[in-house]
Design a protein around this ligand. Structure first.
Ligand code: FDA
Length: 582
């Protein structure tokens, strides 16, 4: 019985992965306890780029509006600037994060949600607050020590740092959302590929009102090409707005072969002044911390009743802004599956689909983030004539870059090309939105998908099993627009069909499952007056899509079915297969 267990799921970690998992489980009505060894949440800005898919996830979990209120708005994310300093001559600008003239339409077509900039110390309290509000137990100052699992559950050993006491909890499932140094992943011996700490970067968080440098060119990310910050794989310094335009991070690469970096305040102030281009700038330094470029991913995400997600299983640099995003999406994939097993809707075996679906994504984003750093080499070559870092004086560099001679022409041609490559980091909507899952939880189709445009840059809507249901604007009961994403989810499977899909509606009613609903788009609550859905659905009006709680299509029947018995048999078979109940 339930009482044998102190809670159903114990989540180690209250970062983006842990807090999302706890929030989703609580929303789905599962008992969950999330712990963190520290007294509170992220205390440095770290992740901030929040992509559309993540905002969709958080919309589904009911916190999109709260997030928007506290985020830096999409239009302020703006152009990424390449300049010699804030005060000095500019080299180039790239319209980024989908805000550019050439890309904005693609982004708003793909999703009802914007991109947002939400620093981690803003994001985490919103997630944790919502999780606790929804019924999750949260314990801070509580450290995971070890666990033992058997067939029926997991016994977890914890330490309360306030009382100093160790205690045990008996749970059905344990989730390791304990970050890049995951003890849980180590304890279950997950296999990893790749390396840790292949390069070093120093980040300094500071307060200074720099509005006068950015008000006319709003952007949260500025790269600084100058001799003070010309070292390393990127070969540029960085100024990133944490709170526009009064709180910032300054960053630059350091040479790991020379040991630990200089973390003195004097050195930090000198660098900040050079990046801003104001030798007399006064600022309040809040923190100075080195971080290391990792390139490592787990090949498997679980052992028995223990599951890992987030940085515990993928470790990579911030380039492309994929860490928090992927962690939130790991949690969203895992939570409904745990809920379904706990409620008896799915078999224990069904949980293997979590790792089967998410491990390829983890690997892909680790490779992408590291590639995004390597992709600065052509830019450095354009700047400096060689792929290594800055050498010589700034005057000499500027003279060369803006020269009227043939070499100047060639430099600028190369720069234009190098800038184009950065779309794979800064306008990579495909990387963020085109995930396709393959697992026992998906009834896949044999014919391979053809990509009409570059898969990394452009989103491709699809109703193929393994893809997320495409976003289309429908009209809801109150006459307002509502997204297809809003009519599915809420912990349920949704069978999506059209006006002609009457047999499917009858089949769902007759199966009478607590987790299955039917939506006939076009009639009743949701209509398709734009015929937008009709263009995107890729199935006959009387066909059907079986959409999981996380919005992913598990199965589709393209051709119309008009006989209830046929619909019922097909649907029951599909559900048994995707939930491992056969
Ligand atoms: P995370 O590390 O956030 O959380 C781990 C949790 O586990 C914490 O609550 C910790 O207290 C807890 N814990 C650990 N061990 C424990 C134990 N033994 N017992 C109890 N609790 C324990 N990502 C992105 O998407 N966009 C971006 O722009 C950036 N930018 C960025 C910049 C910089 C400088 C860094 C360092 C990182 C980023 N990231 C990013 C990455 C992002 O910060 C990272 O991917 C997420 O924080 C990972 O979330 P997790 O929840 O997996 O781990």
């Amino acid at each position: 019985t339930q009482r044998e267990f102190d809670t159903d799921v114990l989540v180690v970690g209250t970062g983006p992965m842990g807090a999302t998992t706890a929030l989703a489980l609580a929303k789905y009505g599962v008992r969950v306890h999330a712990i963190s060894r520290w007294n509170w949440l992220a205390n440095t800005p770290r992740a901030h780029i929040t992509n559309q898919r993540t905002v969709e996830v958080l919309r589904s979990l009911g916190i999109e509006e709260e997030l928007k209120q506290q985020a830096t708005a999409w239009d302020k994310m703006g152009d990424t600037l390449f300049t010699t300093s804030f005060a000095g001559p500019e080299i180039a600008r790239l319209q980024t994060w989908g805000t550019g003239d050439l890309r904005f339409g693609d982004y708003i077509e793909a999703s009802p949600c914007p991109m947002l900039d939400v620093p981690q110390p803003v994001m985490e309290p919103i997630l944790v607050n919502a999780a606790a509000r929804s019924g999750a137990q949260m314990s801070f100052n509580t450290e995971y020590l070890s666990h033992e699992q058997d067939e029926g559950g997991v016994t977890v050993r914890l330490r309360n740092h306030i009382s100093g006491q160790d205690y045990e909890q008996r749970v059905r499932f344990l989730v390791g959302a304990d970050g890049a140094r995951s003890q849980v992943a180590a304890d279950i011996g997950l296999p990893f590929e790749g390396v840790l700490a292949r390069a070093g970067t120093l980040y300094v968080q500071f307060k200074a009102d720099l509005s006068k440098y950015v008000a006319h060119r709003p952007s949260i990310l500025h790269w600084i090409v100058n001799p003070e910050a010309g070292f390393g794989e990127i070969g540029m310094g960085l100024l990133r707005a944490v709170k526009p335009w009064t709180e910032w991070i300054a960053g630059w690469g350091f040479d790991m072969s020379k040991g630990d970096p200089d973390t003195s305040r004097e050195n930090a102030l000198e660098k900040i002044r050079s990046l801003v281009g104001d030798p007399g700038l006064e600022c309040e330094i809040l923190s100075i911390s080195p971080w290391y470029v990792n390139q490592q991913y787990a090949l498997e995400y679980s052992r028995g009743r223990v599951f890992c997600g987030g940085d515990a299983v993928h470790r990579h640099p911030p380039s492309s802004g994929l860490g928090l995003n992927t962690s939130v999406q790991d949690g969203f994939n895992l939570a409904w599956k745990l809920a379904y097993v706990i409620k008896g809707y799915a078999s224990l075996d069904h949980l293997s689909s979590y790792g089967d679906e998410r491990a390829p994504v983890g690997r892909q984003i680790v490779e992408r983030a590291n590639q995004s750093r390597l992709d600065y080499a052509p830019m450095r070559t354009a700047f400096y004539g060689k792929p290594s870092g800055f050498s010589g004086t700034l005057e000499h560099f500027l003279e060369g870059f803006f020269a009227a001679d043939e070499q100047g022409v060639e430099t600028r041609r190369k720069m234009a090309e190098a800038l184009e490559l950065k779309n794979y980091e800064f306008n990579a909507e495909g990387t963020e939105m085109n995930q396709r899952y393959e697992s026992d939880g998906i009834i896949g189709e044999t014919e391979p998908e053809t990509w009409s445009r570059d898969r990394q840059l452009y989103h491709q809507p699809s109703s193929r099993p393994g893809a997320k249901i495409p976003h289309a604007w429908l009209v809801g009961p109150d006459g307002r627009r509502i997204s297809t994403l809003d009519v599915i989810g809420h912990g349920c499977f949704t069978l999506v069909t059209g006006i002609a899909g009457f047999a499917w509606e009858q089949a769902v009613a007759s199966l009478d499952l607590p987790f299955l609903r039917c939506v006939r788009i076009g009639i009743g609550r949701y209509t398709d007056p734009y015929f937008y859905w009709a263009r995107l659905r890729e199935i006959d009006e009387g066909g059907a899509l079986l959409v999981r709680p996380d919005g992913v299509i598990a199965w589709r029947r393209k051709e119309a079915v008009s006989i209830q018995r046929d619909a019922e048999t097909q649907l029951a078979d599909a559900l048994d297969a995707v939930l491992g109940r056969a």
